[in-house]
Ligand binder design. Structure first.
Ligand SMILES: Cc1ncc(C[n+]2csc(CCOP(=O)(O)OP(=O)(O)O)c2C)c(N)n1
Ligand code: SF4
Ligand SMILES: [Mg+2]
Length: 323
């Protein structure tokens, strides 16, 4: 922290301090659970009002999340939301729970760290298609193969909303945007990433798609994601009404996975993920050892062999450096 008394006024005059009128004001105190009183969806509302554009799909995801947590009766102080950067990544501010608004594309490593440090917590990563599929694509793949017991809800509007309408890795081929003004049929090479297929092939053990226009189904999918005993990836079609409105297409093409779909069959799941852009439901489910359990087993092994962790290692290093 600066000790220079002139630092504050200098910052303000450079335009870094918001005028009082532009500051978002808390609307309520967070609800504190009382023993014996069941929690309702409103008890998970944060103190700040959502700053999204009216009609943004993310409102429905927020409502579904609050209802899901109430249905599961998870205490707000036992839940942590971790996000990256984007309109959707503002999500933790609007929840009554612990929150960590990380940097762009880094929600997953932070969420995994929180879970490993506090395994009893429910940890939910949230963010957008740009955050998860562009700058965060590496973490997307490696988190899936490690199978930590966290849920990741990716609000996919096929655009960068916060930065006002650039193409994202899930934008349709040929889409004209602020960053692709000359795109068009036969003039674009960038194939969109298929988030569900990438999650399945990378090793995610629960993979589903919901839609902000079907809040009841979305609530059930969020509950399943939270209860899954490993890494759960939920893509949510959540249209950006301001920069790339896909509501009409989503409404027109909505349908659920066939009831005969076998979510335990990886090849069937890949086929379904590659076939229909708008279909919702659980595509894939598998049960295998999660990251925390694997690390616990390794720690046990190391302890049995007399390797007592970082303390012993640092003592060894200290002894070597003074020798
Ligand atoms: C390292 C870094 N690069 C770029 C940006 C600029 N930036 C902020 S949000 C964003 C994309 C957001 O898109 P998405 O994750 O889809 O979220 P949405 O706003 O659509 O919900 C970008 C490129 C940044 N904040 N940090
Ligand atoms: S710009 Fe788009 S994604 Fe961002 S709040 Fe507005 S409608 Fe939602
Ligand atoms: Mg987006």
């Amino acid at each position: 922290m600066s000790t220079n008394p002139a630092a504050k006024p200098a910052l303000a005059s450079a335009g870094h301090a918001l005028p009082e009128a532009d500051m978002v004001k808390p609307v309520a105190r967070p609800a504190i659970p009382m023993a014996g009183v069941p929690l309702a969806a409103k008890d998970y509302k944060g103190t700040l009002p959502p700053v999204w554009c009216p009609g943004c799909g993310d409102f429905a995801v927020l409502a579904a999340m609050q209802k899901a947590l109430a249905d599961l009766q998870l205490a707000p102080h036992d839940v942590t939301f971790v996000s990256g950067i984007g309109c959707s990544s503002r999500f933790p501010h609007f929840m009554n729970a612990y929150g960590f608004h990380a940097v762009h594309g880094r929600s997953l490593p932070v969420a995994v760290g929180v879970k490993l440090a506090m395994p009893e917590r429910t940890v939910i990563a949230v963010g957008g298609d740009g955050d998860g599929m562009a700058i965060g694509a590496g973490h997307f793949v490696h988190t899936a193969r490690r199978n930590p017991k966290i849920a990741y809800v990716m609000m996919d509007n096929e655009i960068y909303g916060l930065t006002k309408g650039q193409a994202s890795p899930t934008s349709a081929i040929g889409l004209k945007t602020k960053s692709t003004p000359f795109a068009g049929e036969g003039k674009s090479a960038d194939q969109p990433i298929n988030p569900l297929a990438l999650a399945i092939i990378s090793g995610a053990t629960w993979v589903a798609r919901g839609y902000s226009g079907k809040v009841k189904e979305l609530t059930e999918l969020i509950k399943q994601a939270i209860n899954h005993d490993g890494y759960a990836f939920l893509q949510v079609i959540s249209p950006c009404v301001t920069f790339h409105d896909i509501y009409e297409a989503a409404k027109a093409n909505q349908r659920q996975l066939e009831p005969t779909h076998d979510a335990k069959d990886k090849f069937a799941a890949m086929k379904a993920a590659m076939t229909d852009h708008w279909v919702t439901g659980v595509f894939y489910e598998e049960h295998r050892q999660h990251f925390g359990a694997a690390l616990d087993a390794q720690k046990k092994d190391a302890t049995a062999k007399g390797v007592t962790g970082l303390a012993a290692l640092s003592q060894k290093l200290a002894a070597t450096s003074t020798a």
